[in-house]
Structure formats: C-alpha cells, structure tokens
Write a protein that binds this ligand. Sequence first.
Ligand code: TPP
Length: 546
Amino acid sequence: MKASDLLVKCLEEEGVEFIYGVPGEENLDMLESMRTSSIKLILTRHEQAAGFMAATYGRLTGKAGVCMATLGPGATNFVTAAAYAQLGAMPMVMITGQKPVKTSKQGAFQILDIVDMMKPLTKFTHQLVSGENIPNKVREAFRLAEEERPGAAHLEVPEDICEENVELQPLKASSVRRSIAEDKSIAAAVEKIQQAKNPLLLIGAGANRKLTGRMLTAMVDKLGIPFCTTQMGKGVVDETRPEFVGNTALSANDYVHRAINHADVIVNVGHDVIEKPPFFMTDHDVEVIHMSFNTAKVDPVYFPQLEVIGDIANAVWRMTTQLEPQDHWDFKFFETVRDKLTAQIAEGTDDDRYPIYPQRLVKDVRDVMHDEGIIALDNGVYKIWFARNYMAKHPNTVLLDNALATMGAGLPSAMAARFVHPDRRVMAICGDGGFMMNSQELETAVRFNMNLVVLILRDDAYGMIKWKQLNYGFENFGLDYGNPDFVKYAESYGAQGHRVESAAGLKPLLEHCHSTPGVHVVDCPIDYSENDRILNMEIQQRAAAI
Ligand SMILES: Cc1ncc(C[n+]2csc(CCOP(=O)(O)OP(=O)(O)O)c2C)c(N)n1
C-alpha cells in the first residue's frame, strides 16, 4: 500500500471525520489518498482558522480534531492554533508536509525545523522518517492529544515518506480506563464536606467533560450544595439553577467572590492553572479540596489541604453516594448572593439606548439561543459580560477561550461547532478587531452552506485594551481604527449582511437570522462607555455591601 493511503487509513481508524486545512504541494499524496476516504476535507482560507476549527472539534467531542498544512509558512501559521489547543486542553493533531528527507533537491527553500518549533506548543511532535512508523506514530499522536490533560500533537510527513510502499495495517486503540481516586481520599473529602458549615463547589475547566457534568448535577440535586463556575467551567452544571452563585468572570471583588470568601470548605473540581489562579486561599481561612486528574501545581496562592486525584466523574459520583445533606450546613448567605446577583444582572436589560449596552446585548442573545444553542466568543471586553451575565444551561454551549485568550478564534470555532452540531443554533460573537483577524473564513462558511450567525460588536477600536488604558490612567491613544462596511463585506462573500439600527431591533433581527438559512453577518454598534463604571466600581461597591 502507498504510505499516504496507510496514513489516511490510520486516521480513519482513529475515527477522524474532518480534516481542516490548506494543502500545499507537499501534502498532495495525502490529499489524493483522502479523496477516496471517508474523511471530509474542510478547505479553509487560512491555516490558523483550520487549527482553531480542529481544536474546537476536539473540545466538543473529546476526539482529536485534525488539521493539515504544508511545510514552512503553512506550518508556522499553525503556531497560534497549537498554543490555543495546548493551553485550552483541546485534543488536536496537526499534520504538516515537508520536502523529501532522504534526498532533497531544493536546499533550504521553505524549510524550517517545524518539529522543533512545535516542541513548546505540543505534547508530542515528530517527523516521520519511514512509512513503517506511520501506524504507531499516528496512534501515539492521538493517544497523547486525547488523554488527560488533552492538548496538541504534531506529525510531520515528508513527501518521500508518503510515496513509500508499505505492508502494514493501522494500529487499533487499546481499551483503557482512567485510574480512579483511592477510597481513603474519597472518605477524607466526604468527611471534610460533611463537617463544613458553608461548603461550596467551584467548577473549573477540567470538569468540562460530559460525564463529570452529569455527576456534578446529581451531586447538586442530592445535596443542594451551592456552586460557582470559572469561565471555562460555564454550563458544566446548569447556571440557571437556584444553587448557582456566579461566575469568576472578574478576577476579584465581584458578588461571587463574597460567596467564595464565605465558604469554609471549597470543593475545587477540575481546576486548571491556565485559568486565573484561585486567589481565594490568600485572604481567608478556607480548606480546599482539589479534585482533578493530576495533583495541584505548587503555587504561592494555591495550596489545597486535600487532593482527590483520579477520574473526576467517578470521584464525584462516589462522593455523592456517601454524602448526605447536613442540618448544620448553612447556605443562607449564598442564597443572598445569588438573589442579589440575579437582580443586578437583570438591570439594564431593557435599556433602550443605542448603540446597544452590554447588559441588554447579553440578555437578548440568551433569549434567542435556545437552551442547547452554542455561542462561540472571540476575545474582547464583551467576553467578561458574557461570562458573568449569560447563564449557560449545558456544557460547551459557551465556547470561550480563557486560556490563550487569543483573538481570531470566534468565527472558526463557531464553524467547528456547526459541523459537530448541525441541528443547534450557533452564533459567533466577535469584536470588530477579532472578527477581522479571521474574517476570510466567511467564504468557507458560505461554501459549506452553513446556517450560521456572526454577531460583530462594533466599537471601531480594540475596546478591551482601551478599557485597560483608561484604568491605568493613560490618555486615549493608539487603539482606534476604521472598519469596512460589514453589511457590504458580508454580501461580497455571498453571506447576508444586516445592521442593528436600534436596541429593540437586535432581538428580532437575531431571531430572523437563526430562522433563515445561510450565513448571516450582523453589524451591531455597541456602547462600552459604562464598562468601567459598572465592572470596576459599581459591582465591587455593591458586592462589598452584601
Ligand atoms: C491575537 C491577539 N492579539 C492581541 C490580543 C490582545 N487583545 C486582547 S483583547 C484586544 C482587543 C479586542 O478588540 P475587539 O476584538 O474589537 O473587541 P472589543 O474589546 O473591542 O470588544 C486585544 C488587542 C489578543 N488577546 N490576541
């Protein structure tokens, strides 16, 4: 068999459905092998977008998403996507081409040491030097990309390796169960929680796995224990439940931090150091139970007293069977926090001022998204508003990146969600800055006949940085720009362009876009002028008064 055929068979064996990418001359053997395979090629207009799509596919499915690029410039365009997958714990396998390794005719033209370049960005990076190694190296790349903690893997496939003849079959994945926590650590955690007066659950990025969400929901059902989420833990347990006390969208001094400060035992489920470190250990006496796949990293602001290490879903389930609600548990303060937070979030949601204000924006988006709808956020100041004010009802229905926090991933990740969930409502939410970093993928979305809504929040500036600039006490400088006419821009791609003309017009327009086939781009002017007052002052003052 031709080695590139074997490579594609190995990918089929791994269950690969899509390969996102931009092929170069060095990928042509692989492309030809893919032509007759079950794998669908998603040809993109930039490798970075292909990488973001592959990573998001991995995040949504738990199976590694695959992306493909040529050598040199194609591979270097994967750098940000590799970092996105690696920091965000999203399983992804990147395949890049290379000139022949045995005999090279072209000197160093386009040749970079991509394997070395990928080292700090991946769990595994390898150049194939023989077709005989294809089955085991592919399996190894997928094993490492997918196993906890998931991340990026890279395989470089030189042209002459693809052309070899080999007589091998793909390796099958072994059946493997994750290790589970030891009984004694479960018993110790149960005892600590039973004896606590004000226990609180904190749900982080590592808990964002299907089964863990179900087990945590069962725990909250049985115990009525209050919980809060980190940005990447949003929706693991339904945030509209009465036990929810908030999201750690702001780093400190929000309502949720009052709840955290009030807790005497915090069960920290799936904490991942890529999210902001939990500062709650520095300013009050609290006992922390760290529940994760791995032991806690040594850190001056995080030193849990007890660790429950092993499969998280299993540990939560075993703890739930052993725990019983206790009469001495007192959740009154948490309920107060929850009530005040709900009331505060409701403020301004009917504000008619135009351009639209963030509070109303979040509410209107929530109203049109249906329970299982997916919003994919790019990076900008609106991310904080959505993390804090948008109640996620299901896991992975708010795709936000609080790890690399890169701009440019909103549109590609929404597109990946569309491929995985063709029946749900999907919306990319981008700033005008972040949207323009991968806006060329509108063509890909149109070519694949997607039903997709892209909401662009236009403030004609890098708004997040403007806000920080103001906080630092600096003068307004260097962060404003002009924009294309987004309606015409969308139309030039064959998408449908719309402009929000009044605050009241946003919701019906979004509803129309979701119920009408095609790619819809919505230009939505936004007013961030109250960000500083609300996020930096009002919320903190009111939280302090609870
Ligand atoms: C690739 C990348 N470049 C720069 C940054 C730093 N950064 C974070 S938010 C931001 C501004 C985002 O502007 P925009 O997308 O318009 O959203 P806004 O904050 O205005 O809502 C910048 C420059 C980043 N996170 N990622």
